[in-house]
Design a protein around this ligand. Structure first.
Ligand SMILES: *[C@@H]1O[C@H](CO)[C@@H](O)[C@H](O)[C@H]1NC(C)=O
Ligand SMILES: *[C@@H]1O[C@H](CO)[C@@H](O)[C@H](O)[C@H]1NC(C)=O
Ligand SMILES: *[C@@H]1O[C@H](CO)[C@@H](O)[C@H](O)[C@H]1NC(C)=O
Ligand SMILES: *[C@@H]1O[C@H](CO)[C@@H](O)[C@H](O)[C@H]1NC(C)=O
Ligand SMILES: *[C@@H]1O[C@H](CO)[C@@H](O)[C@H](O)[C@H]1NC(C)=O
Ligand SMILES: *[C@@H]1O[C@H](CO)[C@@H](O)[C@H](O)[C@H]1NC(C)=O
Ligand SMILES: *[C@@H]1O[C@H](CO)[C@@H](O)[C@H](O)[C@H]1NC(C)=O
Length: 508
């Protein structure tokens, strides 16, 4: 009751439970009082959960705690059982409006990218906990991070990757935001004398998502990402700046393209008055190896002078296709999730995009170079007068479900909704990779429901005739429902509806 801001969702596969935050984790009156005395509002001086990570049988979670961030380690099966409580500084923002990201590796290190102080002027990518020494990005150095808005982070191979947008330090005419991919080696232990307690492997590169043309139109500001590890493919959503006309695009990046840019030349500026120039990469095949100088030091293969000097890559990471996968004007996408669907003849990528006005667009990713993407559907989560921004999007591939967090509720959407299509024409014409017409059962089914592939008809060769097939979800096919807290029992965890009922909620 009274819980708001479902911006963090995580899934515990062991218990088949969605964890949406912890309702009973309030800040104490003393902390609140200190927050008010520093001029913050009642709304700001609450505990907003900003880190929610499943770590083995524990849940590691941090909250803003009235501008005094704290983290706790809890039993996953009993969230009221707290093992440790530690400072949230450099792990969680102070201010709930600051954008941050965090992950825990299998060896227990926490990587967080967040503002480190009350005012938000000291952003950092910081590693702590686990067995390795704590490290951060250089402090108050705009060449490392320049007013960043952190978006996402991933643990991939020997590296941890971070995706964000920031003021472009290399752009010397006016203030411009660029999107970035950055990475550090997980085995980095920092420098000695130089770069002490600081990354020696931090590098970043610009991500390009533009509409081609004589003068390309750039979607400069990364808002969300989704990584498909099996394909090493990153989907990113990009928008224009808030002060200009609203427009959004989806671009996909191959991890190999990102890696390639990190092997190329750096962009380097001798001093603040000189131009940014390309500079040959001294370690083009850099691999995160270490050099053993003695019994206790092993520094990475990077020369420390180079590590301090070369931060930004010269080349720009280009997406898989020169034309963005999907573009739309007058809308800002805020979150993205991708499902890979087995169709009759091939695998399809379905992109779910949260819009700033609170709907979800379902888009079929381009099938080949000639055919573009298709807008298959636009899902209205709430009645038009109750529309509100979406705060989180979590896809559960194993259950074919999408969870959407808004201010005061979490909504579950089943992704396969074939039985809505009543005729063969409607079913096949929807061009929905989840659905096909079963010639024997004479109904629109999923591939699993059909008795055999040969009697399952699906023809996805073009976009559906009408883009938006149905208006919203308030009609007969409304298959989603707000999730509610379980009555009593586990605090903050919402137990899945095991009956699998798809009835609309009483509220609708
Ligand atoms: C949380 O608990 C796990 C498992 O006991 C432990 O390995 C880890 O160090 C703890 N983390 C913190 C921050 O206390
Ligand atoms: C959960 O942990 C709390 C606090 O340690 C304890 O009081 C309670 O009995 C536990 N609940 C269950 C079901 O184990
Ligand atoms: C965080 O990101 C959101 C979405 O892009 C943006 O509206 C907001 O202004 C950002 N917060 C800050 C402090 O810049
Ligand atoms: C970004 O991509 C566009 C479209 O593919 C291209 O025209 C432009 O040159 C690229 N810009 C940079 C800086 O790489
Ligand atoms: C990504 O790059 C790899 C290696 O260059 C290539 O084999 C793969 O086809 C690329 N994937 C896409 C989606 O372009
Ligand atoms: C990780 O780094 C080690 C040491 O440099 C290297 O041998 C290994 O190939 C790297 N692994 C990957 C997946 O790149
Ligand atoms: C340093 O090297 C030793 C011996 O090669 C190895 O056991 C240890 O894990 C290394 N430490 C780090 C932080 O890479």
């Amino acid at each position: 009751e009274g819980t708001v801001d479902y911006s963090q969702l995580t899934f515990d596969p062991g218990q088949n439970e969605l964890i949406v935050g912890e309702a009973e984790w309030h800040c104490d009156e003393f902390t609140k009082g200190a927050c008010f005395s520093r001029g913050k509002s009642e709304e700001d001086c609450q505990n907003y959960i900003r880190v929610l990570l499943v770590n083995g049988d524990r849940l590691f979670t941090c909250g803003t705690n009235a501008f005094t961030p704290i983290c706790t380690n809890r039993t996953l099966t009993n969230l009221t059982e707290i093992h440790d409580q530690i400072s949230g500084m450099a792990r969680c923002p102070y201010n709930p409006v600051h954008n941050s990201t965090a992950l825990i590796t299998s060896s227990g290190e926490l990587y967080a990218a967040t503002a480190m102080d009350f005012s938000g002027r000291d952003p950092a990518i910081y590693r702590s906990l686990g067995g390795l020494p704590p490290l951060r990005t250089a402090q108050y150095n705009s060449k490392w991070l320049n007013e960043p808005n952190f978006v996402s982070s991933y643990d991939i191979g020997n590296f941890t990757y971070f995706f964000f947008r920031e003021n472009a330090v290399e752009h010397d005419c006016g203030r411009t935001v660029f999107s970035r991919a950055a990475r550090v080696c997980k085995n980095d232990i920092g420098g000695r004398f130089l770069l002490e307690d600081t990354w020696t492997t931090f590098m970043k590169a610009r991500l390009n998502c533009s509409r081609p043309g004589e003068i390309p139109f750039s979607y400069n500001e990364l808002q969300g990402t989704f990584f498909l590890p099996e394909l090493e493919l990153l989907y990113g959503i990009f928008t224009t700046n808030v002060n200009s006309m609203a427009a959004s695009a989806v671009c996909a990046f191959n991890l190999s393209a990102i890696t390639q840019v990190f092997s190329g030349p750096f962009k380097y500026q001798e001093n603040s008055r000189s131009a940014w120039l390309p500079y040959t990469n001294p370690n083009p095949d850099f691999q995160c190896g270490t050099i053993d100088y003695g019994s206790y030091v092993n520094l990475t293969e990077r020369n420390l002078q180079d590590a301090q000097k070369f931060i930004l890559m010269h080349e720009v990471v280009q997406p898989v296709s020169p034309v963005p996968y999907f573009m739309e004007d007058n809308v800002r996408f805020s979150h993205v999730a991708v499902d890979v669907v087995q169709g009759k003849d091939m695998l399809f990528h379905i992109i779910y995009l949260a819009t700033d006005y609170g709907t979800i667009k379902k888009v079929l990713s381009p099938l080949n170079r000639t055919m573009g993407s298709c807008l298959l559907d636009e899902i209205e989560l709430l009645p038009p007068q109750e529309r509100q921004p979406i705060r989180s999007l979590l896809i559960l591939h194993s259950r074919s479900e999408l969870f959407v967090g808004v201010r005061d509720q979490v909504i579950k959407i089943p992704l396969m909704r074939c039985n809505f299509h009543k005729s063969r024409d409607a079913c096949v014409g929807a061009r929905d990779p989840y659905c096909g017409w079963d010639l024997v059962l004479k109904k629109c089914t999923t591939l699993e429901e059909s008795l055999s592939m040969s009697q399952w008809e699906q023809r996805i060769t073009e976009c559906p005739v009408r883009n938006v097939t149905v208006d919203g979800g308030f009609g007969p096919w409304s298959g989603w429902k707000p999730c509610s807290h379980s009555d009593g029992g586990s605090v903050g965890a919402w137990a899945n509806d095991r009956r699998g009922s798809l009835s609309p909620s009483p509220g609708l």
